[in-house]
Write a protein that binds this ligand. Structure first.
Ligand code: ATP
Length: 693
């Protein structure tokens, strides 16, 4: 359970002064639901104010604080004119300027003849000093004048700097002194402050160094966050090791039957990865291995072979996919091969209900199903295996680390193989998977031709559509991916429906539409129609993003390509070029491209190597945005920035391993402090793996 000392930090943001229900909602949107989230909200700049003795001495462009006398109010006469307050001192006059406000309340607050302190950016118009929207203007004898330096924060519409700053300052007063979890010698060597001082300096910066990502304050806090992340992963891993595994070594007969039925030979990379996996399965400890293979590298057959290795011993295997479409597709690919090997395979997704489902579960529990393919429905409690020996999880980062273990818990000594096509740069792999063993499919099946990628403005849409009718006439199949509209499936859908209608008009009725809101069986039907050639064109929202395999499809059109993340474009493009035919990918953009957008699309033109694309993406956009979506499973760091703190990540990994070797249950003084660190960064689940956790 979370220690009491942290309770104040996990109170809702609305418990902070000034954050009522309305502003509270905005603060939550901006930073997160808890007080601690405001502490993690980093300043982006520092206002550096100077006290000036008189109007004549205020330097242009600087933030100044000065004391003046109110001479008169000049209300705005038309909406386009600002409200002005004329002020003077013994050296001259100046104006306070307010746009778009009715200033009645200002006359009361700053009455004519009163002495006031004002603070804001000094600007000269026609040699006359003015301060537009001062951040402070109050009677000189009322309250403290603003401090010399003040942080500025990222904002969201409707939440002004002042209430946000007040709330963050209040959050800071709730931050307790916590026992030190970092190694004292390491802190001294780096000259880093303790946690509380670091936070205080972050939110009361004296200069730019206090908010600079490479300064000691940010580095300390980033390292705390990275250590929490790595420690949690190491604990999960250690937990896996504690559980006993099993030795799995099939006799090879089923695999031989499948190999004989395959229309191709395995690539060198597939053989190599399989050898690694078999060796791992033969060890008495549990396997926890990542199979990383770029789009179209042939992971599915590798998955089947490892599952057969287990089935040959009389045990069972599970293959879990992130979506219904993929689960069904895997099942379809595997069915003929399973049949050839005399293996009983079944599919279970959320869609299976009633009697059929009950019968399936019964057969599974009785050991009459050898391989179960499905979606996260496999996690359900009623799903019980007779003897599960291996769980293969496709595109695991859509699931969580803990879900992965949940599936492994359905058997005795279950080996886990996680498959991913998302090319995650090496630095980031660590944050998602920690120190998993990795097998790589770094070679594509022979005969693949490079996908020709063309970037063009959408005003050539007509031309593109014309080209498509020629392609269809020559028997090609086409994906048409519709614009991605952030956070609005509804609008995505409208765009796809509209595009479908225009393409039907132009190309006839062999144009299908598939989107996330469709019912499962309808989706299956459209997919099958496209895969089997009854449809020439498939208009889709991004539901086809991962894993769909129709080797005959050779053209991919992506509208509004500039809105997609590079990793996503790479995934989408990976849907073509999967057979031996020459393929093309058209990236259409609408807005004139900015420099970064242009460079990103250029990367897509230049290379098909997922790892290069991922590294470039990281470089061009920063880790936070890389995969765009929250469910990508890549932890969203609040204080660390992987593009800047990559080196610290490696240190955190080594540190975490060392800590767990020396103090596996986190029971020493430092160990206890580290538990607090895990709670602070909401890695509660990891603490549960500890004795008395
Ligand atoms: N050794 C091989 N030789 C020829 N073709 C192969 C080989 N291995 C796999 N394939 C074929 O390559 C295609 C892609 O394989 P698969 O669907 O397993 O890719 P994947 O790695 O899952 O890719 P993605 O992550 O993009 O879905 C399939 O049509 C498959 O039959």
């Amino acid at each position: 359970m979370r220690p009491a000392i942290l309770f104040p930090l996990f109170a809702p943001v609305t418990s902070l002064p000034g954050l009522g229900p309305r502003l509270g909602k905005l603060a939550e949107k901006l930073a997160g639901p808890h007080v601690v989230d405001l502490l993690w909200h980093k300043p982006v700049g520092v206002v550096d104010r100077i006290q000036v003795p008189s109007i004549a001495e205020a330097p242009d462009g600087r933030h100044v604080v000065l004391t003046v006398r109110v001479d008169g109010h000049m209300p705005s006469l038309t909406p386009s004119r600002p409200y002005r307050i004329r002020c003077t001192d013994h050296t001259g006059s100046m104006d306070l300027v307010y746009f778009h406000i009715k200033g009645d309340w200002l006359e009361k607050k700053l009455p004519v003849g009163s002495k006031i302190t004002v603070s804001g950016k000094a600007e000269y118009y026609n040699n006359h000093l003015q301060i537009a929207h001062p951040d402070h203007a109050a009677p000189a004898d009322e309250g403290a004048p603003p401090s010399a330096t003040e942080p500025t924060y990222p904002l969201t519409g409707g939440l002004n700097p002042k209430p946000l700053r007040t709330a963050i300052q209040a959050a800071l007063t709730r931050a307790p002194q916590l026992p030190e979890w970092q190694d004292a010698a390491w802190l001294r060597a780096r000259d880093w402050p303790d946690w509380h001082s670091a936070l205080t300096r972050l939110h009361h910066p004296v200069d730019e160094a206090d908010i600079n990502p490479l300064g000691p304050v940010r580095q300390r806090l980033a390292f705390d966050e990275l250590l929490a992340n790595q420690l949690a992963l190491v604990l999960v891993r250690a937990q896996q090791r504690k559980l006993s595994g099993r030795v799995t070594q099939g006799d090879g007969r089923m695999r031989a039957a499948v190999a004989a039925a395959l229309p191709y030979r395995l690539t060198g990379a597939q053989e190599r990865s399989l050898a690694e996996i078999y060796a791992d399965m033969a060890e008495p400890s549990r396997m926890l291995r990542l199979l990383q293979g770029d789009v179209g590298s042939g992971k599915t057959i590798v998955a089947l072979m490892c599952m057969l290795n287990a089935v040959e011993t009389g045990a069972q295997a599970a293959l879990m996919a992130p979506t219904e479409i993929l689960a069904r597709q895997h099942a379809e690919t595997l069915a003929p091969l399973c049949q050839a090997a005399g293996v009983r395979m079944a599919v279970l997704t959320g869609r299976d209900k009633g009697k059929a489902r009950a019968a399936l579960l019964e057969r599974l529990a009785a050991g009459e199903i050898d391989i179960l393919v499905g979606t996260h429905a496999l996690f359900q409690e009623e799903v019980m295996f007779a003897d599960l020996a291996i769980a293969v999880i496709d595109e695991q980062h859509k699931f969580g680390v803990h879900q992965r273990l949940q599936l492994a818990a359905k058997g005795r000594g279950v080996d886990t193989l996680v498959m991913t096509a998302t090319p995650i740069p090496r630095t980031l792999t660590l944050t998602v998977y920690g120190d998993m063993d990795v097998s790589r499919l770094d070679e594509k099946p022979p005969g693949r031709q490079p996908v020709k990628t063309v970037v063009m403005h959408a005003d050539r849409l007509e031309e593109v559509a014309g080209g498509l009718s020629r392609a269809i006439a020559s028997g090609q199949r086409i994906y048409w991916v519709c614009p991605l509209v952030e956070e609005s499936e509804q609008v995505d859908l409208a765009a796809a429906t509209h595009r479908h209608a225009t393409l039907v008009e132009r190309l006839g009725d062999r144009v299908g539409l598939i989107h996330g809101k469709m019912k499962g069986p309808d989706k299956d039907k459209v997919m099958a129609d496209f895969a089997e050639g009854r449809l020439d064109v498939l208009v889709a929202t991004t539901v086809i993003e991962v894993g769909v395999n129709v080797p005959e499809a050779t053209i991919m059109v992506i509208e509004h390509a500039e809105r997609f993340g590079l990793a996503q474009l790479h995934q989408l493009r990976g849907r073509v070029g999967r057979g031996t035919g020459a393929s093309t990918c058209l990236l259409l953009y609408y807005q004139p491209l900015g420099e970064v957008a242009r460079q990103r699309l250029q990367v897509m033109k230049d290379t098909e190597d997922g790892f290069i694309i991922a590294e470039k993406d990281l470089e061009l956009r920063g880790a936070g945005e890389m995969l765009g979506t929250k469910q990508s499973g890549i932890p969203e760091f609040r204080l660390a920035d992987i593009a800047v703190h990559g080196e610290l990540l490696a240190v955190a990994r080594d540190d975490a391993k060392l800590i767990i070797t020396r103090d596996p249950e986190l029971e020493t003084e430092r160990g206890k402090a580290l538990r607090t660190l895990l709670y602070l960064f909401e890695r509660d689940a990891a603490v549960k793996y500890l004795r008395s956790g």
